[in-house]
Design a protein around this ligand. Sequence first.
Ligand code: IMP
Ligand code: MG
Length: 192
Amino acid sequence: MAEVARVLYERDQVRRRVAELGRAIATDLAGREPVLVTVLKGGAMFLADLMRAVDLPVEIHLMAISRYGGAEESLGRVQILLDVDADLAGRDVLLIEDIVDTGLTSRYLLSALRARGAASVELCTLLDKVARRIVPVHPRYVGFECPDAFLVGYGLDFQERYRNVPDILQVTDLPALRADPDLLRAHLPSAA
Ligand code: IMP
Ligand code: MG
């Protein structure tokens, strides 16, 4: 059967990289109590692993957004459905993203967070798809600079599928997956 996807970053590689990011964050913010803010749903798995790797007292908050279609989309404006319910004034805020693609979403969220009087607001993304950038966004922490391809697994979905796959896969035949969104199920590495 033709290949639909292949493993790009396997689970142990992700685990090691997340541990490194956690240590870097703990070193940079030593003595502080950072606020980790993640965007649902894609960032949930990364946050869960990263927070255990940051040896500091941290606070976590979740945001949920929905993207507008049409002309609004190109401006990157998003509707905030679930917001941070804490005062961020004077805090060190880290926006935790699964992936930065065009940069539109992160740019919007960073400016929304910066408007709240935080002492610092930085971006930490597991994956950085630099080739696709439309607006300049420069994450302070990057797990992997990834190729310009569609990725699934470790929180990333295709039509709400595959978020629970422990590895990060690169889809090599997107038209085939569009034709049958469940096609990848037969090709997944085992969860064990
Ligand atoms: P941006 O505003 O274009 O940077 O969009 C970032 C969002 O698009 C991410 O938070 C993901 O939800 C989604 N996204 C971008 N690239 C991928 C991908 O390769 N796989 C799955 N979702 C993606
Ligand atoms: Mg998605």
